[in-house]
Design a protein around this ligand. Sequence first.
Ligand code: SF4
Length: 342
Amino acid sequence: MVVPKPPTRQTLSYGTVHGPEFACLPLKICLGTYIEALEEGADLIVTTGGVGPCRAGLYATVQREILRSLGYEFEMIVLEPLRRHPARLLRAIHRLNAKRLPPWRLASEALLCWQKIQGIDRVQRELLRIRPREVRFGGADRIFRRGVRTIAEAPTRREAAKAVDEVLDAMGAVPIDSSRDPVRVGIVGEIYVLLEPASNLNIERILGELGVEVHRSIFLTNWTEENVVREGDNQTARDAAAPYLDEMIGGHGQDTVGHTVLYARQGLDGVIQMAPFTCIPEIVACSILPAVSKAEDIPVITFFFDEQTGEAGLRTRLEAFVDLLVRRRERRRSQEAVGAMG
Ligand code: SF4
């Protein structure tokens, strides 16, 4: 196994140089990652396919052609959605099962993997809660980084569960200032930029440092349950989106609108939409969000990310947005206090 390294600026620059200029950011970062893995000796790439009105389903074909034109010799296996292409998926799994492990062993490995992902998601949620309350910022992040490695390396489900509990205990011991009352911001948008810190300049960490409690709408486990296990079954967000957008427009466009509505109704202070530059579903959602923001009374800001996005500009816009949310909340609370007295 050649486990790809976390993407860096260098990874993105490989993708930018060799990928089509108009392609969305995830295509470029993944292309760069493949180049790094091939340079390390990989000769088989496993990736996912996709269906629906979006470019993700074509990524693998485009990337394979680009890599071959660069002279790399390799095989590419594309894992297609289970419900639409079960035979293709089974063929791919059979091809990958080089040791010919029996099905029960494969199922057991898959369960171990799933349990680790669930554990990392739990730890991540806790990290988002602790960050804005930390007395000395950064301690929880260090525990998180070490913890993810320990969870990933656990050889059995029992040890994985133990590792998750230990990381949560260690995080629970991080000194926090419980008198703080952080503003709460929901993050919505396209899955790759939501989940991959390298693609969003670690926006969640910046927000935590600015004293914001982040609520992320997509985690790997909830997304997989809603879109792979019960394909297309994210009904709550889609119902909430329906008055504004009642069509599946590909990617996460409808979920972006729906989660914004839900966050407003849950009383969050603001919403940040994040998307790769040129992401079509998010451009559509972005054009609808001003109406949602007005009707549901919640401030929304949008960030499109590409290879040109710099941290200084991002931080400045975030600081201004957070400042606005804090003042807005103060104004509201004082109006409510006056109302209660009257
Ligand atoms: S959802 Fe957006 S970023 Fe993802 S493949 Fe589609 S267009 Fe590209």
